[in-house]
Design a protein around this ligand. Structure first.
Ligand code: 5GP
Ligand code: ZN
Length: 134
């Protein structure tokens, strides 16, 4: 399914031209318009899924395999020192485009990409609650 009001449906399916690094029947890989670092790219499925909750299992698997191939190739081209694969679900998690996509963010020693979080202590209460519910 495509969503006529979705910008990523249009980009992924070639209705709006964009800098494309790779394309196959399921995905388009494009350069992010607002890169966190040089080479920041997005893997976008051609079908519309709002987020990981909605994503088809086989597309999820293919997306990660494609990320693996892309970062190997892009590491050679860019000479980066590492990679973050980031995928946001929900506004509170930083999602701004509600069509599933994987960020591939090259990392360079000493860069100022602001990914990270504060490390807290795992409480006994949280641990017991979560383990008891699964
Ligand atoms: P999110 O915040 O939803 O995880 O990520 C959305 C990403 O899409 C952002 O990094 C943003 O820069 C990128 N983006 C949004 N609109 C466009 C667009 O029209 N073209 C491209 N190439 N990237 C876009
Ligand atoms: Zn879409």
């Amino acid at each position: 399914m495509k969503d006529n009001d979705c910008i990523f449906c249009k980009l992924a399916n070639g209705d709006i031209p964009t800098a494309t690094l790779y394309e196959d029947e399921d995905f388009r890989v494009i350069l992010d318009a607002n890169p966190a670092s040089k080479g920041h790219a997005l893997i976008i499925p051609k079908e519309h899924y709002a987020d990981l909750y909605e994503l088809d299992d086989s597309v999820a698997g293919k997306a990660m395999i494609l990320a693996k191939k892309m970062i190997a190739k892009l590491t050679d081209i860019l000479g980066c020192d590492g990679y973050n694969i980031v995928q946001n679900n929900g506004e509170c998690a930083g999602q701004t485009v509600f069509h599933y996509h994987l960020h591939m963010i090259p990392r360079y020693k000493g860069d100022d990409v602001g990914l990270g979080w504060k490390l807290n202590e795992l409480t006994e209460e949280d641990r017991e609650y979560i383990l008891s519910k699964l």
